[in-house]
Design a protein around this ligand. Structure first.
Ligand SMILES: Nc1ncnc2c1ncn2[C@@H]1O[C@H](COP(=O)(O)OP(=O)(O)OP(=O)(O)O)[C@@H](O)[C@H]1O
Ligand SMILES: [Mg+2]
Length: 540
């Protein structure tokens, strides 16, 4: 359905990849993986025609319709919800508009009549009369009830907007579905819905994600961008990962007899064939296993960044006192004190509540009432959930980071960028071209530079690749300072938090415990529910 021939993409001297030859066929879901900055989003832009390649070309089978999940969550703010969904089928939407315009004419003549009937015919061919009900059904499936179908997009919460945009992409059953990190900003229920949808989607899906669990549930093929090449493997993420690990072990242990290696391979294949659940995956995996050639699988070249937080000075006993903090309608009467070394998981059912809380804590928003008192020895640092505003200039990465440093020497600055894997010419590129994950890596360099003894982290793992996630996780486990953080990543939360604070419109729950125990604690279930009672999701 899509054929990629001899494709290459270069930015200046840097080759992202070259001589790429691939085919994407229908009835498959391709998961595009690769380190932050490997070129996944760029590759998608070339596939969808948004960007020109340096050389080579992409051809999409004639007459096939492609739908792309919009990354811009504000683009449709002025449109009603159902209308936004229908815009997913551009051709049909254009016909709808043209029809409406004709019928609205005061001097509707014979010619217009002919035109209108042509449009009606096309509209009917596209199943246009079903459009509203299909759009409505998609929305309901995604938990957007009919009471909201005629509201404006700007009046929805962030989470709901993403769901409408997903409905837009899925609308009218496109032949090719393209999504770049669709699970970012989504709650767990919607992720499960999306997984189920993709598994049952009969056409072609191409999706970029760093979420292992999501990739494993949806992918029939893995497309790995590494070594300036793009390679395709049958199977899901775990299968690709395990086989590349096996390839690495076999390469490191060259003197193993070839029979032994063959046996190892057969065992591996047997293990993986045994637990194939989905028929679609079973067929493609069987094919893959028949052709599996270990020499073709290269061990990954991905690197781990060095995330190390050094405290400039040890904190005193007074860390933070929050008293009666209120910001309507998000949270009310929040009071707590932090102890030295606390690692607090700050949770709320609606992520906008925690984000607003961090903004208040960092002086970006004025609370309605309440006080925030920092200890005098505290040197706090904050990683916001959204960072686009930090990267609007054309400063080089060195100059970008220098803004936040008292020590201006380039070697010193480069030290921090190098830890986050920007070295040589990479440290001189303009900060507005950075990929999503690279921006977060820069923000982490900035955090490290300030030698904080207190960290506030709002969804720090969004956009990061697995190596960076692991590095971040380990560094927080070792960190001796105080941490207040919010995340969706179960493993990350469980391995770090020793206290949970949940906040909502009706108050808070504060427990010195780990995350799993908190979730399983039936004694607090009622109190937790009360936090949100009487306040509807929509008003938030
Ligand atoms: N106009 C440009 N000039 C120079 N470099 C660029 C330009 N646009 C993108 N890049 C670089 O190309 C690389 C690939 O970017 P891309 O956004 O495709 O990465 P990605 O694989 O999607 O990463 P992530 O996982 O972080 O989203 C990055 O290192 C980025 O900085
Ligand atoms: Mg990207």
């Amino acid at each position: 359905m899509i054929t990629v021939n001899d494709l290459s993409i270069r930015f200046g001297k840097r080759v992202l990849f070259d001589e790429v030859n691939l085919k994407f066929t229908t009835n498959n879901c391709y998961g595009i993986i690769g380190a932050n900055g490997a070129g996944k989003s760029t590759f998608l832009k070339v596939l969808t025609g948004e960007m020109e390649s340096t050389s080579g070309h992409v051809s999409v089978e004639k007459g096939k319709r492609m739908a792309v999940l919009s990354q811009d969550h504000f683009k449709y703010d002025e449109f009603p919800v159902l209308n936004t969904v229908m815009q997913g089928h551009k051709e049909m939407y254009a016909i709808m508009l043209a029809k409406d315009e004709l019928y609205a004419k005061h001097d509707f003549n014979e010619e217009d009549g002919i035109k209108a009937s042509e449009l009606e015919e096309k509209f009917a061919e596209m199943n246009g009369w079903m459009a509203e009900s299909e759009g409505g059904e998609l929305l309901e499936g995604l938990g957007i009830g009919s009471d909201k179908h005629h509201m404006l997009m700007k009046d929805l919460s962030g989470n709901e907007k993403v769901r409408v945009l997903i409905a837009q992409t899925l609308f009218g059953n496109p032949d090719i579905l393209v999504m770049d990190e669709p699970t970012n900003d989504l709650d767990i229920e919607t992720v499960a819905w999306l997984e189920n949808f993709i598994v049952n989607f009969p056409n072609l899906v191409i999706v970029v994600s760093h979420d292992r669990h999501f990739l494993d549930s949806v992918c029939t093929q893995v497309v790995d961008i590494d070594f300036k090449k793009i390679s395709q493997f049958g199977g899901n993420y775990t299968f690709w990962y395990e086989s590349s690990q096996l390839a690495l072990r076999q390469q490191q242990n060259q003197n193993k007899k070839s029979e032994e290696r063959k046996k190892e391979l057969q065992d591996f294949i047997a293990r993986f064939s045994a637990n194939v659940k989905k028929s679609k995956q079973a067929t493609s995996r069987k094919k893959m296993l028949e052709n599996l050639n270990m020499d073709e699988i290269k061990p990954s070249s991905r690197k781990y960044p060095a995330i190390i937080f050094v405290q400039e000075r040890d904190a005193g006993d007074q860390i933070l006192n929050v008293t009666g903090l209120t910001l309507e309608p998000y949270f009310r009467d929040i009071s707590f004190s932090l102890n030295k070394g606390d690692k607090v998981f700050l949770y709320s059912k609606h992520s906008i509540i925690t984000s607003k809380f961090y903004q208040v804590m960092n002086g970006e928003l004025e609370p309605d009432s309440g006080t925030i008192e920092w200890g005098i020895t505290i040197n706090q640092a904050y990683l916001p959930n959204h960072n686009d505003e930090y990267f609007q200039s054309k400063l080089s990465l060195v100059d970008w980071l220098r803004q936040y440093s008292e020590e201006k020497d380039e070697t010193f600055i480069r030290g921090f960028l190098g830890k986050m894997l920007f070295s040589g010419d990479e440290a001189l590129k303009e900060c507005n071209v950075l990929s999503g994950g690279e921006k977060v890596r820069c923000m982490i360099s900035r955090l490290m530079l300030s030698n904080p003894n207190m960290l506030m982290l709002d969804e720090p793992l969004n956009h990061l690749d697995l190596e960076s996630i692991t590095a971040f996780n380990n560094s927080l486990k070792d960190y001796k300072g105080t941490v207040l953080f919010t995340s969706h990543d179960h493993h990350f939360i469980q391995s770090i938090a020793d206290r949970v604070v949940e906040i909502g419109p009706n108050g808070m729950v504060d427990k010195p415990t780990d995350y799993d125990s908190y979730r399983e604690d039936t004694e607090i279930t009622e109190r937790r529910n009360e936090l949100y009672a009487g306040v509807s999701f929509e008003s938030i």
